[in-house]
Ligand binder design. Structure first.
Ligand code: PEP
Ligand code: MN
Length: 341
């Protein structure tokens, strides 16, 4: 249920409603608005009618059901876009179109530091790199693990770029959180609910990728798992879905951007590397992402893609990334967004 408070209702009235929601067995999530505040009361669907009693409390304007199965992720609860703060001065979901660049996997100090400097130079605002890799084959490179996290931290030290890195296993959440600025949930873990619940208890932004066979509604329900645990800083990332087409690694569902924007206040990014599987398709899909209204990109960049331990064919060389970023600025401008120099 959504409890809409009256304009001018005070803190004491808000607190009383909040306490009553808890007493009724629901979890209150307050959304502070410009003119009025609303409280999302989430919990068991069965029996939620009893929340109607809140209607008679001082300061309450209205009590309305949330129609969507995802509650906190919905525009019903929060009609204004969420601007997710990564570090002071850097927000995803605001006016700025934010690009994350870096290799699929962290491979060595030279590789990650060289890439970090290059992507920063081109205008990327965050560095990506996997230290734990969810590989299709158990015989493929699985990542440098904590050693990789330490190298990412070194690259952050050198460039000042915050780092995005994937956590694959609930067992590693605490360790990865010690190094990461943004915790990535990969496509293979979109519906790993135990992992999502743990991430919901962190005070850290979560970059949640869409699973390769996950509907938009299921994707939003996964976001809801994180939100319902109290972590409001969720960023969605469309990275292509499985279709019959084999010319590309996946099929980029570009319409997911405006569709998601019609359903949720959460920021939406596009990963053109995993979506296509081909470096030559990254630039056009990046421009399409900006045009479609995405909040940013996650792009794989490697100093020497032919030698990459993973995903070389879908990684841009630094010079090509630089060229793509230059042209991207024009599309971003048309989309009435800004981009870092
Ligand atoms: C990645 O970002 O390197 C990755 C494994 O992506 P996805 O989970 O989208 O396949
Ligand atoms: Mn990859």
């Amino acid at each position: 249920m959504i409890i809409v408070m009256k304009k001018g209702a005070g803190q004491a009235e808000l607190a009383a409603v909040e306490a009553k929601i808890i007493e009724l067995g629901y979890a209150p999530h307050i959304i502070y608005g410009e003119t009025r505040n609303v409280i999302g009361a989430v919990g068991e669907e069965h029996g939620k009618e009893k929340l109607q009693i809140l209607q008679s409390m001082p300061g309450v304007e209205n009590v309305v059901p949330i129609l969507k199965p995802y509650k906190l992720a919905s525009l019903e609860v929060q009609p204004t876009p969420s601007a997710v703060e990564i570090v002071p001065g850097l927000v995803i979901g605001g006016k700025e179109f934010v690009v994350v660049g870096g290799p699929c996997s962290v491979e060595s100090r030279e590789q990650i530091c060289e890439t970090a400097v290059a992507v920063k130079e081109a205008g990327a605002r965050l560095l990506r790199g996997g230290a734990y890799k969810p590989r299709t084959s158990p015989y493929s490179f699985q990542g440098m693990e904590e050693e990789g996290l330490k190298l990412l931290a070194e690259a952050r030290e050198i460039t000042g770029l915050p780092i995005v890195t994937e956590v694959v296993n609930p067992r590693d959440v605490e360790l990865v959180a010690r190094y990461a600025d943004v915790m990535q949930v990969g496509a293979r873990n979109t519906q790993n609910f135990a992992l999502l619940k743990l991430l919901g208890q962190l005070d850290k932004p979560i970059l949640l990728k869409r699973g390769m066979a996950t509907t938009i509604q299921e994707f939003l329900m996964s976001a809801e798992y994180v939100l319902s645990e109290g972590n409001r800083r969720v960023i969605l990332c469309e990275r292509g879905i499985r279709t019959f087409e084999t010319a590309t690694r996946n099929t980029l569902d570009i319409s997911a951007v405006p569709v998601l924007k019609q359903q949720t206040h959460l920021p939406v990014m596009i990963d053109p590397s995993h979506a296509t599987g081909h470096a030559s398709l990254i630039a056009p899909m990046s421009y399409a992402a900006a045009a479609a209204g995405a909040d940013g990109l996650l792009v794989e960049v490697h100093p020497c893609p032919e030698k990459a331990a993973s995903d070389g064919p879908q990684s841009l060389r630094p010079a090509d990334f630089h060229a793509m970023m230059k042209k991207l600025r024009e599309f971003v401008k048309v989309a009435e967004r800004t981009m870092a120099d």
